[in-house]
Design a protein around this ligand. Sequence first.
Ligand SMILES: NC(=O)c1ccc[n+]([C@@H]2O[C@H](COP(=O)([O-])OP(=O)(O)OC[C@H]3O[C@@H](n4cnc5c(N)ncnc54)[C@H](OP(=O)(O)O)[C@@H]3O)[C@@H](O)[C@H]2O)c1
Length: 289
Amino acid sequence: MGLMTSEFSSVASTERKLAFLGTGSMNGAVLRGILSSGHNPQAITATVRSANREESLRTETGVNVLVGEQTPEANRLAVQDAEIVFLGVKPVGIQDLCDEIRDSLAPHAVVVSVAAAITIAMMAGHLNPGQPIVRSMPNTPLMVGAGAVGLSAGETVSEAALAEIVGLLSGSGVVHVVPESQQNAVSAISGSGPAYAFYLVEAMANAGVELGLDPKLSMDLARATIAGAGKMLSDPNADPVAMRKAVTSPHGTTERAIATFDAEELPKIMAKATAAAAARAAQISAELA
Ligand SMILES: NC(=O)c1ccc[n+]([C@@H]2O[C@H](COP(=O)([O-])OP(=O)(O)OC[C@H]3O[C@@H](n4cnc5c(N)ncnc54)[C@H](OP(=O)(O)O)[C@@H]3O)[C@@H](O)[C@H]2O)c1
């Protein structure tokens, strides 16, 4: 954060002009989180590509929506007044999107990407020199105010701008500023992590069926259990080790299950799986660089 470009205008942060380009699952989750913290929807313009997404997004969120199919310059129009621009297209589309908006961005507008594997340097190569860039790795629980986000700031992002972006996202989850070199690890833990929890629910539900439970009942029990455990963990002081021990009576039933996880080396499986996810992120970066 050495070089500083000009600062944000002095409006209240809830009135800050924002643009969301490519408002699908992830950018939609970020948008909804920011709105739930009280941001003025009229200060926000979102773009989508196909017209069938427009109506529901507009009526549900109250933001201005531009449709690429109908208005080819939608992304350029959306960023014109924006001071923070969230890029939410697939990783393969980020650099083209940067090329597209490059000359419509205010020099001080901060470009925040939610894309996995796209580095700050890759974006900088397709934006004007000095454009402030933030790389983020959010996750979908942002939608319900329980997300986790890792942020890394490029050199020209001012402290004030970064603080405001952290503040915008903090309303919908925990936000950590991390060195960019850790982003693939963040992606492997919290970006993909919700899928691991959902997968665990599937596995528990299937195991319940094998033990003789009705499939619907088993799924309901597994889902409610992981959701309940997640709610208990949402206390920032919650200690998962202590919580696990509290459920694990000596010589009891849970102890047998945990001993089986240990014997089958579940921690090793988790380490292998997350290493594979991080390696895939590095591979995608190399492919798209
Ligand atoms: N999903 C996750 O859990 C997750 C977690 C962390 C990070 N991410 C990142 O989030 C990004 C988006 O993933 P996603 O799962 O949210 O995908 P998605 O739901 O398909 O969202 C992408 C959106 O961008 C729109 N779009 C595509 N090209 C566009 C363009 N040129 N201009 C305007 N809109 C355009 C698409 O519209 P159409 O549908 O009409 O084509 C779609 O609405 C990815 O880069 C991914 O790495 C995702």
